[in-house]
Design a protein around this ligand. Structure first.
Ligand SMILES: *Cc1c(COP(=O)(O)O)cnc(C)c1O
Length: 371
């Protein structure tokens, strides 16, 4: 048997549980277009997340791209966001003909630095798109105050934050909307999938139309929509996985505690903080290496792990504002903290079934790099 350890591994219901869930799809032959599983999954999420409205999408990216579109900002409007994220966040803004304005991040929890938002606001600013990085919550209260003062919409990229709560409220409760990704690699998944969570009733119809070609009625197209519907098999997987979410998060916590046991208090290493009033979903295990003290760079640690067939990911590196598709439009030096962290951070393997023995072995390799 190989000793290979991947950086992540999808959680699964049992084969029997999934088969039982999809049985009626064989009988009804209703495979997509908002059938029974879609309805049941949506209702289960509204209940679990404590939000009035959930709109399901084929993936997290299209949830984000379409909720931005649904808000109908003027072309060329500016959206304040961060470059320390998956490329999806930035792409969703640019694909809507909006201009991302990059704000730096906090070095402690990697979320948007709320002290730097106001200086980036101009007459063209229409929204803030902050990211709950690694499941760490942004400073939602400070962000809302700024948004209220300047009449800006807030759309959270909560792709990492499913199952996270702040002061007892789910991560889906904040801002004008939050999007989740239910991609196979996320804490909770529906193979591929995504959702927009929101409070404003007027968005219900728009989001329904936008993901289904803009079709309002049998002979009426109201809106130039695309196709971003979640199908019944995705919804069925979501329904199954939702039953096991709390247990999965508990197992992840145990893995993270094991990592802390080995890596806490090691000079030259910073671990992801435990945030006040937040219950985490333990989505990722990022480690920041300060090579002056630790004696090895992030890349050297990644290489040492790769030599032992242990996958670790430079997540997020490079910053999204450096990507070639943007042709040098953005100045990375305007977000120096994000730039610095992106060069130091490594996410170590983390999934519910990762064994303590494997965690011990991973930490041994990491600590051997220390000089
Ligand atoms: C995964 C992810 C997305 C995109 O979600 P998909 O379901 O893969 O389309 C967007 N933003 C962030 C931060 C993500 O991690």
């Amino acid at each position: 048997m190989s000793n290979k350890i991947l950086v992540t591994r999808s959680s699964m219901p049992t084969y029997e549980e999934y088969c039982a869930e999809i049985k009626e799809l064989w009988d009804s032959r209703w495979l997509t277009n908002m059938g029974v599983k879609h309805k049941a999954f949506q209702a289960a999420l509204e209940e679990k997340l404590g939000v009035p409205y959930v709109s399901l999408f084929t993936n997290g990216h299209l949830a984000l791209e379409n909720v931005i579109a649904a808000m109908q900002f003027p072309d060329g409007g500016e959206v304040i966001t961060t470059p320390f994220t998956f490329t999806s966040t930035t792409n969703a803004i640019v694909r809507n003909r909006l201009t991302p304005v990059f704000c730096d991040i906090h070095a402690t929890d990697f979320t948007i630095d709320v002290t730097k938002i106001e200086s980036l606001i101009t007459e063209k600013t229409c929204a803030i798109v902050p990211v709950h990085v690694y499941g760490n919550m942004c400073d939602v209260e400070a962000i809302q105050k700024i948004a209220d003062r300047y009449h800006l919409k807030v759309i959270y990229d909560a792709a990492h934050a499913f199952g996270v709560t702040y002061k007892g409220k789910s991560s889906a409760s904040f801002g004008d909307a939050s999007i989740f990704s239910f991609h196979a690699t996320k804490v909770f998944h529906s193979v591929e999938g995504g959702a927009v969570c929101f409070h404003d009733e007027s968005l219900v119809e728009v989001l329904k139309d936008i993901k289904n070609f803009g079709i309002r009625g049998p002979e009426e197209v109201q809106y130039i929509g695309g196709n971003a519907k979640m199908n019944e098999f995705q919804a069925a997987m979501g329904i199954c996985n939702l039953r096991h979410l709390d247990g999965e998060i508990e197992k992840r916590k145990a893995v993270v505690d094991r990592y802390w046991m080995h890596l806490d208090q090691v000079d030259g290493i910073s671990l992801n903080p435990i945030q006040k009033d937040v219950t985490s979903n333990y989505a990722y295990f990022p480690v920041v290496f300060w090579e002056d003290i630790f004696g090895a760079t992030r890349d050297e640690v990644q290489m040492a792990l790769a030599n032992e067939e242990i996958g670790a990911r430079k997540y997020f590196y490079p910053l999204t504002n450096t990507f070639g598709c943007f042709h040098g439009r953005f100045d990375v030096n305007l977000t120096p903290t994000a730039l610095d962290i992106s060069k130091r951070v490594l996410t170590l393997p983390l999934y519910a079934d990762l064994s303590f023995e494997d965690v011990d072995r991973i930490c041994e390799v990491v600590l051997k790099c220390k000089k």
